[in-house]
Design a protein. Structure first.
Length: 293
């Protein structure tokens, strides 16, 4: 995942099993401290400092992340495998990616004709549902929710990430994706994890555009291309777990990567009505207005 070999003592069904010699990230179970001394910043569920990160949620467990290489997990005895995986591959993975100086954009990435696009935006805006609509129309899933970008020989690329979409039950039905294995993201939610790992794909693919979804109270879809400092700020403000960047001490490296990528990648804002979510029409609008030009 993200070009990293991960050896884990905890089963992570979202990851593809493989054989390797070099381990980049080691996930183990052990005792984790309840507090962090000398933290640079603390939030409701985390403590952060350069090279160290502690995430804690009583119903899930505690996670200690160190130097971009080690994740130690002390899980709550009653936590389900699905819930543990959700947080481990979410906020905790976001922290270790940042510790490694990688740049994670909050968005799903889909691929067609060797070119990738990132579908970004705030949580709940419809990124995963829109990604699923693109998959129905011949695209492949590169990454869900966390899209790690970098420069490779002067070309902006997205690294292959988690190839499972998290979709609400009504989205699965409307997109006719109920067939095949699915499992609940959390026991209390009607949200399901749908795998798209069946097709092999390259470890990275060229990034051609970033499309940010927003919602409005009026009818119809709108689109505009974003330029200059507004373009940089939009991407910066939509980094995955961007609030961790400054206390982890990785701002300079990550913002440098963003600047190089945006020199070559176009960024758009697409606005849709809050309701109803006409996902087929939205996908067609993006195709016609952006991707076919």
């Amino acid at each position: 995942m993200f070009g990293l070999n991960i050896a884990s003592a905890i089963r992570l069904p979202e990851l593809e099993e493989t054989h390797f010699n070099e381990i980049h990230i080691h996930i183990r179970e052990d005792r984790v401290p309840d507090m962090m001394d000398d933290y640079a910043e603390r939030g409701a569920f985390y403590f952060a400092a350069q090279g160290r990160f502690l995430f804690k949620m009583d119903s899930i467990g505690r996670f200690w992340v160190e130097d971009g290489k080690e994740i130690t997990v002390e899980k709550n005895k009653s936590v389900s495998e699905q819930e543990l995986s959700l947080f481990l591959l979410g906020s905790v993975m976001g922290a270790i990616i940042l510790q490694r100086g990688l740049t994670p954009i909050h968005g799903c990435t889909v691929l067609k004709d060797e070119k990738s696009i990132i579908l970004g935006g705030k949580s709940g805006v419809g990124k995963s549902t829109l990604a699923a609509e693109f998959l129905r129309n011949g695209y492949q899933l590169v990454a869900d929710d966390i899209s790690v970008v970098s420069m490779k020989e002067g070309i902006p690329v997205v690294k292959k990430g988690i190839r499972h979409l998290k979709l609400w039950e009504d989205s699965l039905k409307s997109l006719e994706l109920e067939s095949g294995p699915t499992e609940r993201v959390r026991p209390s939610l009607n949200k399901y994890r749908k795998s798209f790992t069946g097709v092999k794909m390259p470890d990275s693919s060229e990034l051609s555009a970033i499309i940010y979804l927003e919602v409005k109270n009026t009818e119809g879809f709108t689109m505009k291309e974003v330029h200059g400092i507004e373009k940089f700020n939009l991407v910066r403000d939509n980094l995955y777990r961007g609030i961790y960047i400054e206390p982890l001490g990785v701002s300079r490296e990550i913002f440098k990567t963003i600047s190089m990528i945006l020199d070559k990648v176009r960024v758009y804002q697409v606005t849709r009505p809050i309701t109803p979510l006409k996902i087929g029409e939205l996908g067609k609008f993006i195709q016609e207005k952006i991707l076919l030009h």
